[in-house]
Design a protein around this ligand. Structure first.
Ligand SMILES: Cc1cc2nc3c(=O)[nH]c(=O)nc-3n(C[C@H](O)[C@H](O)[C@H](O)COP(=O)(O)OP(=O)(O)OC[C@H]3O[C@@H](n4cnc5c(N)ncnc54)[C@H](O)[C@@H]3O)c2cc1C
Length: 293
């Protein structure tokens, strides 16, 4: 019985996941477990494997679509949040907030994370999906990462081993790998210059993105040399909705939840947009967000 095993863990039973995903989709976790460190995480993963129990890993829930009304086990990495800073080298655990990190290193006059000031994810998931903006991404600052692999070995992989590409990395091929910690290399720069760049970008985001509504950021990757948002806008789909899932009027590559959208509503809207873009432009839009089934 899992409850015997997780007795010593921090966990919640029958947890509503609405506050743990930025789309604000209602969904239930029978067990929402917060391992206190990588050893607890490792022990838990081994237990789940041995007992053939399915789980999902959740970071800040800002790039996922919860497709199910009910998940058995959800693991949240918030407690893996240690950080150490040595000159321009940062060693930071997977559950640390990327936005918080971007602000903290800016205060220290360290440049390299300006692109991340508006990305509301955790470090681990951001490495895994190679989050980025303004032609920069995690691959430009990651030196190495510590992971748990599919044989429950803790290993360090160098940047070259991580196969980074646009919004992708080795973690997309090896779905069971979990990022535990990242070592990032930044550069000294003028603090005011860093803050001013970040403030300009935050202002621009406020103007162009529907930040007052629940969403999970860009829905689709930009196709080569094109913008997914422009293609969707050209089709007249701004404001198009399926129940409460709606293409944002402000930015056509955002889907917003107007209240009670389900994961299925969002997925149906995504499929509809993809079919329209394929029909008109013969382009296959690739989903940037992750559907959790
Ligand atoms: C308003 C808004 C703006 C955004 N802007 C950007 C942007 O400019 N650029 C951008 O790239 N993204 C953007 N995003 C999307 C999102 O913030 C990023 O993709 C972020 O990196 C996701 O992190 P997360 O912790 O929320 O991941 P989650 O959504 O919790 O998880 C995403 C995936 O990663 C997996 N995962 C979680 N933790 C780990 C781990 N430690 N190891 C391995 N896999 C893991 C999960 O199982 C899931 O499959 C935006 C989102 C919002 C809501």
């Amino acid at each position: 019985m899992i409850e015997d095993f997780i007795k010593k863990y921090q966990y919640q039973k029958k947890a509503n996941l609405k506050k743990y995903n930025t789309y604000k989709i209602e969904s239930l976790a029978n067990y929402l477990i917060f391992p206190k460190d990588s050893q607890e995480l490792l022990d838990l993963l081994k237990y789940l494997k041995k007992n053939n129990l399915k789980y999902i890993i959740l970071g800040a829930g800002s790039n996922i679509i919860l497709a199910k009304n009910n998940y058995d086990i959800v693991i949240k990495l918030d407690n893996l949040n240690h950080i150490s800073i040595n000159n321009d080298t940062i060693v930071v655990e997977a559950g640390y907030s990327l936005m918080k990190l971007a602000r903290e290193v800016a205060t220290l006059g360290l440049s390299g994370l300006e692109f991340a000031g508006g990305i509301p994810g955790q470090v681990g998931a951001s490495v895994a999906m190679n989050a980025g903006a303004y032609k920069q991404d995690m691959s430009s600052i990651v030196e190495s990462v510590k992971i748990i692999d599919d044989n429950f070995q803790i290993k360090t992989l160098t940047k070259d081993e991580l196969n980074f590409s646009y919004r992708s990395s080795l973690f997309k091929e090896k779905r069971e790998y979990i990022c535990l910690e990242a070592t990032l290399k930044l550069q000294k720069d003028d603090k005011n210059k860093i803050f001013s760049l970040m403030e300009n970008r935050a202002k621009r985001r406020m103007e162009t993105q529907p930040l007052n509504m629940p969403s999970a950021g860009s829905v689709f990757r930009n196709p080569n040399e094109l913008f997914a948002g422009a293609l969707i806008e050209d089709l007249g789909l701004k404001g198009y909705n399926i129940n409460d899932a709606c293409v944002s009027e402000k930015h056509a590559n955002f889907i917003i939840n107007k209240g009670n959208a389900t994961g299925e509503d969002i997925i149906n809207l995504i499929t509809y947009i993809q079919s329209k873009v394929k029909e008109k432009y013969n382009i296959d839009l690739i989903l940037e967000q992750e559907i959790k089934r």
